[in-house]
Design a protein around this ligand. Sequence first.
Ligand SMILES: Cc1cc2nc3c(=O)[nH]c(=O)nc-3n(C[C@H](O)[C@H](O)[C@H](O)COP(=O)(O)OP(=O)(O)OC[C@H]3O[C@@H](n4cnc5c(N)ncnc54)[C@H](O)[C@@H]3O)c2cc1C
Length: 389
Amino acid sequence: MVESPFTIGRPVDLTFTDAEEAFRAECRTWLEANVPTDPLPSGDTRDGFTAHLGWERTLFDNRYAVVSWPVEYGGRDASLWEWLIFEEEYYRAGAPQRVTQNGIFLLAPSLFEFGTREQQDRYLRPMAAGEETWCQGWSEPDAGSDLAAIQSRATRDDAAGGWRLSGQKTWTTRGAFCTHLFGLFRSDPGAERHRGLTYFLVPLDTAGVTVRGFGRLDGDEGFAEVFLDDAFVADDQVLGDVHHGWTVAMATAGSERGLTLRSPGRYRAAAHRLVGLWRERGADPRLADDVTRAVIDAEAYQLQTLATVTRLARGDKPGPEASLTKVFWSELDVRIHEVARRILGPDAERADESWMKSYQFALSGPIYAGTNEIQRNVIAERVLGLPRR
Ligand SMILES: Cc1cc2nc3c(=O)[nH]c(=O)nc-3n(C[C@H](O)[C@H](O)[C@H](O)COP(=O)(O)OP(=O)(O)OC[C@H]3O[C@@H](n4cnc5c(N)ncnc54)[C@H](O)[C@@H]3O)c2cc1C
């Protein structure tokens, strides 16, 4: 729909088509009628997770769970533009967080790109319906930023036609509640670090898998450690090629950092709420510039996303540019919440739990999906072409 805003001398058409606006109206009407009026308990608690899955089921039954997916997997075959519109309307309506996000936003794009037809048929529909829920098994106690340092092993079991997985994963978001894990394992210990890795799809009820949930600073049991002890997975649970898991993982990371995990609707809605809060609390002129900056930055992210979607709609991959996006959205989120905290003053600790809860989560944005220090390294080396030293 749009040309890159960075193209000099060419007009940029930022208007959506009539059909896209009709889709927006349809989404808005449905969301206004169906979004739960009382907020659900946190999706990072056991009860909250179940309550959120009920909501995800409602989305799925009405074909709003995964609008851009093919109809056969529960989608509407909507374009990326329409997906963006849906996301905008979703956040505008204040709809619940998506507890299926690691499946539908991270794994699914890689399943579409690297999965066999059988894998797509097997996994996508239950994922969209929230019947099977996915967590990300990448980080290990001694491998976070340096993901290629992972030590969890995949050992070939020819007789059984598959692999035996052993090791420990950590920081597994909502791992205590999910049914499946997608993870990276070292399948060729003799190969160069990035080469000998394989990407596996693992049901968490597999014999030899133990999941231990643990609490976050905010009290929710949002994380898990996952221990694997000779857990068997069949060959058809490998995503992509054996020993080429790094390529698949980088594609997943592109979705996580670049577009699908954090769409601009989230930050535009938060900036809009911030303006409301500022007005309600006396419109302190000393904070006007900070509130304005939050709105402008959220709009800038929207424009940048239009350029990203233009690239993707042409068939490009997110690429290392996804790191630019990740630094921007995570730092924007922190800034929006810090301004909210200053507006609320001492009340921030007491009165407005929703802002404080999301502030605490915003603080983790520069860490998860790859820390911002690492993203800056990627930008320096792979986007700007600067030397490593
Ligand atoms: C809310 C949240 C959810 C998460 N969910 C998941 C999940 O679902 N699945 C999963 O697998 N992981 C998850 N993680 C883990 C996350 O991916 C890691 O925390 C992250 O990659 C950093 O790894 P680390 O914690 O081991 O820190 P380290 O890698 O030990 O880094 C410590 C510090 O050193 C800096 N640093 C390290 N290397 C360099 C370098 N080369 N140059 C400059 N600075 C460097 C880092 O930026 C960081 O500030 C989650 C984390 C958080 C906070």
